[in-house]
Ligand binder design. Structure first.
Ligand SMILES: Nc1ncnc2c1ncn2[C@@H]1O[C@H](COP(=O)(O)OP(=O)(O)O)[C@@H](O)[C@H]1O
Ligand SMILES: CC(C)(COP(=O)(O)O)[C@@H](O)C(=O)NCCC(=O)O
Ligand SMILES: [Mn+2]
Length: 866
């Protein structure tokens, strides 16, 4: 075993920064000196490299200690529900994060500094297989640089490089991405990006074209089964190298940017130039088709400096992209392959490059073959090298284990600031402040005029007009951090997991995107106020609040410009992004005090409500309970309309007003069906539900006066009830952690709840009994709490906590409550069991779109098991 890396104990919510030995590198007068934190490291890290001719790609994994199994309550819940891990390892994979970073190969030193500042080379204390017998740390690496720089790595970092074959790695990386990332591949035609759903059973064979410095073409037939069938020396290095010679550009991005303002007709010889302005229609060539790239320069007596660098860059880019497209097509044809995936950093997410390649494939194959691109384009080799570590278990990863997040990652690019992802909060904020001071929008695009009419083989007009090229730093936003969460699973009650789509609203409709952009922007100041107040309103909190606002605005602006920048992104993702962004700036629970206050106020009137309910007939009570849930769902701090309302009355006043306004029929009214299912009709007594999962929404009146009384009714009828709540806070939503306390308080006023909570192990006193194994002795059906595995106001049933998935197997009733979980997401979702969707619509546009109604209308939708 290697010596343990210098790691520190730190709480998960507020990591400490180890600044011992911190030093500013280089010239202090420099604008952005590098800051090295030599003793700071992630908890445990593993690293793999792909050192290419142009770029070094780094994939590293940081693992965070998992404390979840220490929870006493959870353990007893597991026993109660018969969820056990037995002797087998509970999860085949480690939880943690995969980060993607790149450096220019010519700046290898920056890369070495980065690795050493994060101690990435010292990872793997608990997996001795990742170390060589002589205790030397080993880093897996591929690409030519793994050979060329092996000695340097040994010298500078004291690590040995374990060389992995480049082609093996490319294929392993591509197969992994295509299998594990839901929206990894996309087509790009005429400026339109479209994500492709890959059918894993129908993936092979495909042609993988990796456009790095040079180009490799690999026919892939399966995992580890492939053949490099071709390649070309005219690749990314050619574009960058020739471009540099011809334009004097200092960076690749500058060259690419130039192309966006270019007109290649000045450089390229077109068919029209040869045919006196006419088409050569007999063989299908229009006058604007390029007959000969750079051909026009032969007939003019000009020096290279007489041409505009913009035009040169565009001609070059077209020539090379088109050429690669054409050779790819020929190879696809040669092997009868229909799907071609393009990777490598030459692509650079650049619309024009992708359009040109797609055009070539489409044109030559007459639409038979399709070009697809990959979001992690340049990281295939590095990922493959990472996969080659034995026993990391990543091969078992499935799409539902991965959650992609988009933190403000700019400091990692270009090696300006080296620091750990969490500890560098301060630097992150400084970085935000610096950008704001400079008046530079972080995501500001470089303006681009649509190039003039040019043509390649009938490619009349480059269609990626309006396209933008971002600096490398912000382009890094395209690829987020992949969170590996082994505890996530597909919800087993989904009727058809394959076709399930959580989002109801399609943000690829630009007017929708614009609308939600405005709503979220308008809500910004309120959320910042709450967040800052939740942290005591200190100067530090204000500074973080500002940084959050800038970061989230930057994300919004970025998405407005390029809706597919972060992959397929729905409203649920957008709302979750906001919560994640708050957490990134260490606002762990912005609505903490509001939630407490509302819980207290509601608990104070619970007893009266329960008495009132108990005086009713069964039928009247059921209606009153559902009315209660709908009325109490008004307490939503995420809705602009509701926030306005709160300035006008107390919680109880608003609740009463909301109840008073309840008029049936509701906008969607399936109450009678639900009632019939529960109470039956005539003499027929229906079967009692065995287990109900109640997906709860907001704190305060919503949970206390709405969902708890409904739970109580089900319990009293003999149904086991599991309250399913968020794992992490989102707006004023109640979290799973907060519920036991609320239930304990409510149980003081109600025998039914008390007995059920005791039976469910929710009351701390009751825990003692449970450990005696006295579970069966409880007369009451149990009330339990399970977390859903997410921290968003919406819910994606493809990725829920494994405990929830386990308890769902015996459930025969699902109740989804609230706008986020029942309308924004899952309104159209179908389940294998009876389902009740309850929500008040607190947004006018949504009301119109979804239910052809108005704000504050209610939805009560009952769907019997399918
Ligand atoms: N920031 C950059 N610096 C240099 N080249 C870049 C950059 N971004 C994209 N490229 C392009 O990507 C190519 C390298 O792609 P990559 O997949 O990393 O291949 P390699 O492994 O050969 O370095 C370069 O030749 C260039 O065309
Ligand atoms: C974030 C929410 C989905 C939460 O609603 P809930 O699930 O609590 O009913 C909702 O507040 C929302 O859509 N807000 C933005 C729309 C608006 O301000 O009108
Ligand atoms: Mn909510």
């Amino acid at each position: 075993m290697a010596a343990a890396p210098k790691s520190m104990h730190r709480s998960s919510s507020r990591p400490q920064l180890d600044v011992s030995g911190a030093a500013i590198q280089g010239n202090l007068e420099e604008r952005d000196p590098s800051i090295l934190l030599p003793n700071q490291s992630d908890d445990i890290s593993h690293l793999a490299l792909d050192i290419g001719g142009s770029l070094i790609k780094l994939v590293y994994f940081s693992r965070h200690a998992d404390h979840s199994n220490n929870d006493k309550r959870k353990k007893s819940l597991k026993e109660r529900l018969g969820i056990s891990n037995g002797n087998r390892r509970s999860y085949p994979i480690l939880g943690g994060r995969l980060h993607f970073v790149k450096f220019e190969t010519r700046k290898l030193n920056e890369c070495l500094d980065f690795i050493s500042s994060k101690q990435l080379h010292r990872g793997g204390i608990d997996l001795h297989t990742w170390h060589s017998p002589d205790d030397n740390a080993i880093i897996k690496a591929t690409g030519g640089g793994a050979y060329k720089f092996a000695d340097l790595f040994k010298e500078r970092l004291g690590v040995s490089i374990d060389k992995e074959d480049e082609m093996d790695c490319l294929v392993a990386g591509a197969n992994f991405l295509l299998k594990a990332i839901r929206h990894e591949a996309f087509t790009h035609m005429e400026g339109q990006k479209e994500f492709v759903q890959i059918d894993h059973n129908d993936l092979f064979p495909y042609l993988l074209v990796n456009i790095g410095s040079g180009v490799s073409m690999i026919k892939v037939d399966g995992d580890g089964s492939f053949q490099r069938v071709s390649g070309t020396n005219v690749g990314g290095g050619t574009y960058w190298g020739l471009g540099r010679l011809l334009t004097k550009c200092k960076s690749f991005d500058e060259l690419l940017e130039l192309s966006q303002r270019g007109d290649n007709r000045v450089i390229d010889m077109l068919v029209g130039d040869i045919y006196g302005g006419m088409d050569y229609s007999k063989i299908g060539l229009s006058a604007s088709t390029i007959a000969s790239s750079f051909g026009k320069t032969i007939s003019e007596n000009k020096e290279p400096s007489d041409y505009r660098p913009e035009d040169i860059s565009l001609s070059l880019l077209r020539m090379i992209s088109y050429n690669i497209g054409q050779i790819s097509y020929l190879n696809a044809l040669r092997y009868g392959i229909k799907r071609i995936f393009f990777g490598g950093f030459f692509i650079r997410g650049h619309a024009y490059t992708m359009d040109t390649i797609s055009f070539a494939i489409h044109f030559w194959s007459k639409g038979q073959a399709q070009a697809m691109f990959l979001r992690h384009e340049g990281f295939l080799g590095a990922l493959g090298a990472f996969m080659s570590y034995e026993k990391h278990g990543l091969d078992d990863l499935m799409a539902h284990h991965l959650v992609e997040r988009f933190p403000m990652g700019a400091p990692y690019m270009g090696g300006m600031i080296h620091g750990p992802p969490l500890g560098d909060l301060n630097e992150k904020i400084s970085w935000m402040e610096k950008f704001v001071r400079k008046g530079t929008e972080i995501t500001a695009p470089v303006p681009m005029c649509p190039p003039g009419t040019t043509g390649v083989g009938g490619f009349e007009r480059p269609s990626s007009k309006g396209d933008t090229l971002r600096s490398d730093a912000s382009a890094a936003f395209n690829v987020g951090v992949l969170h590996l969460v082994p505890t996530l699973e597909v919800f087993p009650l989904l009727a058809d997991p394959k076709t399930y789509e959580p989002n109801t609203i399609n943000l690829s409709d630009h007017s929708e995107l614009e609308y939600w952009f405005t709503v979220l922007s308008e809500h910004m100041s309120d959320i910042v106020d709450k967040a800052v107040a939740s942290e005591g309103g200190t100067d530090d909190a204000k500074r973080r609040g500002d940084a959050f606002a800038h970061a989230f605005s930057a994300h919004l602006a970025r998405l407005m410009e390029e809706p597919a920048a972060y992959g397929k992104f729905g409203l649920a993702n957008l709302l979750e992004l906001r919560e994640e962004c708050l957490r990134e700036f260490q606002f762990m629970d912005a609505y903490k005090t509001i939630k407490q206050r509302e819980n207290e106020a509601s608990l104070a009137v619970l007893q009266d409500l329960l008495m009132e309910l108990d005086s009713m007939s069964e039928e009247a009570r059921l209606l009153s309970l559902i009315e209660g849930v709908l009325a109490a769902n008004i307490f939503d701090w995420g809705s602009c309309a509701c926030v306005d309302l709160y300035h006008k009355g107390t919680i109880i006043e608003i609740y009463r007003m909301s109840r008073k306004k309840m008029r049936r029929p509701w906008r969607v009214d399936g109450f009678d069906n639900f009632k019939e299912r529960l109470l039956g009709s005539g003499d027929e007594k229906p079967k009692t539900h065995k287990r109900a999962l109640l997906f709860v929404d907001n704190s305060g009146a919503d949970i206390v006066l709405g969902m708890l009384p409904l739970a109580r009714e089900l319990l009293r009828r003999g149904t086991e009830v599991i309250l399913v709540a968020n794992s992490l806070p989102a707006l004023n939503d109640v979290t799973a952690m907060e519920i036991p306390e609320i239930v304990a308080e409510a149980a003081k006023h109600c025998d039914i709840l008390r007995k059920a909570a005791e039976a469910g192990g929710l009351l701390v006193d009751a825990m003692v009994n449970i450990q005696d194994g006295a579970v069966e002795n409880y007369a009451s059906a149990p009330l339990m709490v399970v977390e859903n595995g997410c921290g968003s106001p919406c819910l994606d049933f493809r990725q829920v906590n494994s405990e929830l998935a386990a308890v769902a197997k015996d459930a025969d009733l699902v109740v989804l409550e609230g706008m986020g979980r029942a309308l924004h997401t899952n309104f159209n979702a179908r389940f294998k069991c009876d389902t009740l969707k309850l929500a008040m619509v607190k947004n006018q546009r949504l009301a119109e779109k979804l239910v052809q109604g108005n704000i504050f209308d209610c939805v009560c939708r009952f769907e019997p098991a399918v």
